[in-house]
Design a protein around this ligand. Sequence first.
Ligand code: G4P
Length: 556
Amino acid sequence: MASRVSVMGSVLINDNDMDRRRIELVSSIAEEINKRRTFAIISHPDAGKTTLTEKFLLYGGAINLAGSVKGKATARHAVSDWMEIEKERGISVTSSVLQFNYDGYCINILDTPGHQDFSEDTYRTLMAADSAVMVIDASKGVEAQTRKLFKVCGMRGIPIFTFINKMDRDANDTFELLDEIEKELGIATCPVNWPIGSGKRFKGVYNRHGNHVLTFSDTQKGTREGETTVIPMDNETLLLEKIGDEALSILRDEIELLDGASAEFDIEQVRKGKLTPVFFGSALTNFGVEVFLQNFLKMATTPLPRISQGETIDPVENDFSAFVFKIQANMNKAHRDRVAFMRICSGKFDAGVEVRHVQGGKVMRLSQPQQIMADERKILSEAYAGDIIGVFDPGIFSIGDTVCAPKNDICYEGIPTFAPEHFARVRQMDTMKRKQFIKGVNQIAQEGAIQIFQEFHTGMEEIIVGVVGVLQFDVLKYRLENEYNVEIKLEPLPYEYIRWIENKDEVDLNKLSGTSDMKKIQDLKGNPLLLFINQWSIGMTVDRNKGLVLSEFGRN
Ligand code: G4P
């Protein structure tokens, strides 16, 4: 190529130089993006998610002492609290993002509220993850909340890695645990390691790939590494000494059974979310955590491409783009601020550079871009695909919105609306404050904390609120009182299931023949929905109305 000369500032640069610099820039962006692993940890409360996260952070050097992320009983619970409700109940309603480096990787953990009263936000956070770690308590197996969160991961087909925790306590039979995961969640399992006993007789794990045993010693909580000995399977003498005759004989039988019964390891199946690699360990005593982390990081994907209007947006090839997956109000009560959390899907984000808010049709600069880790906020100058940034939101963003480089036309698929499981009729105590009431309810709904519905084919007079976790009812009441000065009364409704009508244009709702306990409602856009008390009624209604297609997820 002929070498022309351009003027950049006061420096003369020729085309060859510019090409080289461009290539260097692109490859350094690619390097940053490929280092990233962005995942969520899903589990039922008390399975050990917080303990495992703390140990991850410990390995990454992000914290010095395990136990500083959050806990229930101690003062450390306050780190991600933002509302009195959380403090009163000693739980964490909000989620935050934890970023740290380990072994050349830049890890983003999307921390999801672990309490039983989790909200729709927990589901939405999963939309921002590229993979998920599923923590299961070895003595409890697959529990309700894990099942729900898994369903959302399954819908996206993201890779899922299983950590079966608390092996230092008496555990369920290992084969039965795997069988339960396969049957209940519909995903094939492939144990990467295999436990040798559990509880007081827990001796360690057998590593299938390396054909060796890692011995367990009950080390102090919070230390970085326990005392683990690696023993090859052919070192019979040492094995007998460390794990004993009986455990060794059982292990040999189990390995034989396992090799015959378990699915072959296939990384492609893992990446499609059809096969989950399974690890056993004990987060509390720090056994098996680093092995898990190392293997997980190798197998987990770099930031995944996302779909915009039928087109695949590659994280490395494309300029900056991101979507809003969460909006949180009042993170700083003194300022009544709103923060929009965005997942960067492609390219590099430079603070101060203009971006296009696609849904708002405006070119703008994102205000105060920050990384939010527990209660710490760090102002960012740059971030990459895979990262999560929080930006100040003057009330313009909605969940699912896209921002991208001004010259591009990207619009990511919206985030589904997840089925609320609790419903209540909202009564306003002071009818004079109707305006504030409507404003408050709408704003809180826009942030995604609640979903609002109306009686079918009537006006806005009666509002029905649906929430994923019952705590959101308290949040709604609290916020309406504190922020909008409106008092409300909530009358619980008996429904637990909501279904969107996928083919609403083909169905005559007036002729719909449901069960006697079915209730027709509509969302604010007039879309019809059905409420049910139990799953049996859903099946009955589908049976009675030929062609009716119901869905658990709604599209915005
Ligand atoms: P979560 O975030 O999933 O809700 O669980 P969390 O890590 O808070 O763990 C729940 C309880 O289980 C904690 O005990 C924790 O110490 C314990 N735990 C976690 N991993 C293991 C493990 O591998 N083995 C054993 N034996 N216990 C484990 P707690 O008494 O409820 O709380 P804390 O006072 O210790 O914080």
